[in-house]
Ligand binder design. Sequence first.
Ligand code: SF4
Ligand code: FES
Length: 200
Amino acid sequence: MNEILLHIDHREVKARQGMTVLEAAISADIVIPTLCHHEKLEPYGGCRLCTVEVASNGRSKLVAACVYPVEENLVVRTRTDKVDRIRKMILELLLAHAPDAFDLQQLAKEYGADKNRFEKETSFCIHCGLCVRYCAEVKQKHAVGFVDRGTHKEISFVPSIAAEECWQCRECFPLCPTEALQAAYVLSTALFAGNIKKEE
Ligand code: SF4
Ligand code: FES
C-alpha cells in the first residue's frame, strides 16, 4: 500500500493512501476534537468540530479532518486562530441545544465557548448520529433512527426492535455525548410497556 508523507502541526507524519487526516493524526498521537467520529463507523462529517486548516499547492482551506483524505506533502494545522474560532462557534451552537452535556462543557472550557451566547433551544440531542449509525452499521439492527427534519429532527427507537434487541445490548449508550439517548430509550420502553398493557 502506498505510503504518504504529510505534515501535521510541524511534524512529519506517515500515512497510508486512503486514510483520512484524522486517522493520520490519531496514528501520530495528535489530538483533534471530534463529536461524530467513531473508528468502527463510516466517516460522517456531521459535527465539523474536527475542522482543521490544510494547505497544498500554495492554497489553504478549512476541511473536516474526519472525511478529508491524506495527500502527499499536505500541510495540516490543527490549532490556528481560524480553526479555534470555528470550533468555539460550533460548541456555542451545540451548547444551546445541550447546555448540560459533560463532553460539550469540557470542550467549551478548552475553546472558551460561552454556553449562553445563543438562545437556548434545548433538545439535548446534537444529531451526531453515533447511536443511529452504530446500531445500523455495527449491530445491523436499526433499532434507533432519526425522525423529522431540520430543527424538529430527533432520535426515536423502534419499539418492537428495541424490545427484542436493546435490553441485552445498549452499546450505543456510552457513545452519546449528551443524555438524549438514554432519555429516548427510557421513554420508548415506557411507551412500549404501556402499549403491551393496553393490548392485554
Ligand atoms: S442521541 Fe446522542 S448519540 Fe444519538 S444522535 Fe443524539 S447526541 Fe448523538
Ligand atoms: S468528527 Fe469530523 S465532522 Fe464530526
